[in-house]
Design a protein around this ligand. Sequence first.
Ligand code: UTP
Length: 236
Amino acid sequence: MLVVISVGGSILAKDLNPDSFISYANALSTLAKEHRLVVVTGGGVAARNYINVARSVGANEVVCDFIGIDVTRLNAQLLISALGNDAFPEPPRTYKDAGAALTSSKIVVMGGVIPGQTTDAVSAILAEYLNADLMLIATSVDGVYSADPTTDPDAIRFEKMTAKELVNVVMSTEMKAGSKSPVDPLAAKIIERCGIETIVMDGSDPTAVSDVIMQEGVESEPVKGLHRRTRITGTR
Ligand code: UTP
């Protein structure tokens, strides 16, 4: 299978601990023996800090986005360093370059590409462009909820949902001030458009992420309860 994995910066680069990069690299290297992988890294707290300073000194939002992209690429470079020879040596700067890098049979790791989006959208566009079999969003929550679970005690987690349901939930969550859904609206729309099978799960344990992908490779219906997640059913 060709799998696109979006790893949130809040997971990979939390506290900039080298162990997170090393444990992700180990899990990905093992997984790459069975599947072709493209990994998109987020910016995390460092991106937010840099963007806040940029705003304070008068940068406009496009400049802030460029700064965010640079930080996502730094995280990509750190993961590439941890992967060593298993990774394509440079984070591609465009979707087309990512496609070309994939022909190397190495793990391709990249960050953001253009202003106005997040790395979830990069992952979804890549998944569509590369005709990937599966997309996995490794984030700080264990799936997609009916409302923001940090503020709404009645929020329930979806075990399974359609892409259309995802779009509706994401839009209604994003409309509430301060709320943030685990999948950004553009990514949700692309997932709906291309019909790719997508999993949203807590990415803090990279072996859980690789377990879930390995299981997807052999089972059409995953065993319930192995790792909590939301599956957005594909249509292709
Ligand atoms: P992230 O994808 O990490 O954004 O990119 P996020 O969702 O805010 O972060 P997490 O999920 O909480 O870690 C960091 C920033 O980089 C810019 C955006 O400003 C984004 O907020 N960016 C990223 C782009 O402008 N374009 C891209 O293609 C990717």
